[in-house]
Design a protein. Structure first.
Length: 109
């Protein structure tokens, strides 16, 4: 489940995707059964469309990929993390409004 500007990350390609990206990366850690995750998906897709050349947007399903969320200590979902130059720059947990999400992204562009 991802829009056209959203990459699907897995445990196997997560670190490489962060390392090779020249722009910030917003990763949405989610699961199919998570209602707030489904609620925030359209907002994440809006970020991906609006900032497509300035930020890479990706999703990582925590049920199918457990090593990465464990390593990053992702304890609740949805968790949205912005990475810059491969390092975590900011993390927000739980549903966010469009205004809150876009403000977070703007800070890191």
């Amino acid at each position: 489940m991802a829009g056209e500007n959203i990459q699907i990350l897995k445990d196997g390609n997560f670190k490489e995707a962060l390392k090779t990206s020249k722009i910030p990366v917003l990763v949405d850690f989610w699961a199919e059964w998570c209602a707030p995750c489904r609620m925030i998906t359209p907002l994440v897709e809006e970020v991906a469309a609006e900032y497509k050349d300035r930020i890479m947007v990706a999703k990582l399903n925590i049920d199918e990929n457990q090593a990465t969320p464990s390593e990053l200590k992702i304890l609740s979902i949805p968790t949205l993390v912005i990475f810059k130059e491969g390092q975590e720059a900011e993390r927000i947990v739980g549903f966010q409004t469009k205004k809150e999400l876009f403000a977070m992204v703007e800070k890191h562009l």
